[in-house]
Structures are given as C-alpha cells and as structure tokens.
Design a protein around this ligand. Structure first.
Ligand code: HEC
Length: 195
C-alpha cells in the first residue's frame, strides 16, 4: 500500500515538474522594462483624463468619461506598443475587465504579498507561458486605491454617484475599497511565435 502511494507521488511529481518549470520562467529584462514604461504612460493618461473631468465637470460627468474613454485610452496605448494593455480586478465594474484564470491567481498572489508587508509601489509579476508554437508574455502590476478613487470606488458613495454607477453597470462589484487597498491591476500580454 505504502509503495503504491510512493510510486503515485513520484509519478505525480514527474508529471507536474515540466509545468512548474514553465510557470517560473520570467520575462527578459528588456521586456519587463517595456511593460513598465507602457504601464506608466497608460496610467498617467487615465489619471489625467480622470482628474480633469473631476475638477472641471464633477463626478457624474467623470463617470461618463471613464465609461466612454477607458477602452479607447487602453487601445491607444496598445497601438503604439507590441503589448496589449488593459485593467482587471477581483471585483470589476465593467464585465469586460473580468480576470481570466491566470490573472485571478496573480491578483490573489498580490493580495498575499501585500498582507506580508510588501509595498505596492514596486510589486509586479511576469511569466512566459508556452502554448503550442506560441510563447505568451504576461505582466501584471497592482493599482493601489488613492483618495481620489473613493468618490466612485469607496465605501460611501453619494446617492447620485451610486445611482449613476448602477445605471451604467448594473452588475458593479467595484465599491467598498479603502485607501491603500489593491483596486485592481494593469494586465499586459504579448504573443510571440516561437521559431
Ligand atoms: C468618476 C468616477 C471614478 C473615479 C473617481 C475612479 N474610477 Fe475607476 N472606474 C470608473 C468607471 C466608470 C470604471 C469602468 C470603466 C469601463 O467601463 O471600462 C472604472 C474602472 C476602473 C478599473 C478597471 C477594472 C474594473 O473595475 O472594471 C480600475 C482598475 C479602476 N477603475 C481603478 C481606479 C483607481 C485606481 C481610481 C483612482 C485613481 C479610480 N478608478 C477612480 C469610475 C471611476
């Protein structure tokens, strides 16, 4: 009985080893640099549009701006880069941003690292995933919740903001955040054909 269990365990290890080896392959440094710089420009574009709208037209109009502009701003940044960039979260507002399996596990990993005391500022994760004749580069970086975000993602939304969020996103899950929480993450992907 014991030897069968041992054999099974051994076989299990052999089978899972190649997956483990693939899972820990991180990106070449220059790819990480590229991903970081795209995150920076996408993030600052978003923040600038949000801040301007909030200051000049208030949160209701800013909600519309986020609703209409988030995707085009992501597309614009992706179009000048070999990467595709977007945002995701464990609790999304827009269902198009729902995390896939890999993103979900990375977001959970970020939460654990934060709990263990790691600063969000330098937190990131990257991995090369091989599938068939393709190599997929993936990179994620957490997005912290700032004071500015609470108007639309906090624990106490004003009635008009709450109603507008519900009207635009009936399935919204992106409220109840506090300053310093991980609101979500930038998620980047680049697919290469392996020669
Ligand atoms: C004026 C309201 C408003 C403010 C302020 C705001 N957001 Fe959002 N946020 C939205 C809306 C609307 C969406 C959905 C955009 C879309 O449809 O793609 C969104 C989506 C997101 C997403 C994408 C994931 C998801 O839930 O769909 C992230 C991440 C995010 N916001 C982070 C932030 C952060 C960080 C701040 C503060 C710096 C912030 N938001 C401030 C309204 C706001």
């Amino acid at each position: 009985m014991k030897s069968i269990t041992t054999k099974l365990l051994f076989a299990g290890t052999l089978i899972s080893l190649p997956f483990l080896a693939a899972a820990i392959e991180t990106l070449p440094n220059q790819e990480i640099q590229q991903a970081r710089s795209l995150v920076k420009s996408f993030g600052s574009d978003l923040k600038q549009v949000l801040k301007t709208a909030m200051q000049t037209e208030g949160p209701l109009k800013a909600l519309e701006v986020c609703n209409l502009q988030a995707k085009p701003i992501a597309d614009k940044n992706s179009s000048v880069s070999p990467w595709n960039i977007g945002r995701t979260s464990l609790r999304v507002r827009n269902e198009n941003n729902i995390a896939d399996e890999w993103e979900t596990s990375v977001l959970q990993q970020f939460e654990k690292r934060k709990k263990a005391g790691e600063d969000l500022k330098n937190m990131e994760y990257s991995e090369i995933i091989k599938s068939g004749d393709k190599s997929v580069y993936r990179y994620m970086k957490p997005i912290p919740t700032a004071g500015l975000c609470l108007t639309c993602h906090g624990t106490k939304l004003s009635n008009d903001v709450h109603d507008k969020v519900k009207a635009l996103y009936p399935e919204d899950k992106a409220i109840g955040f506090n300053v310093g929480d991980i609101r979500g993450a930038f998620t980047l992907i680049k697919t290469l054909n392996v020669e």
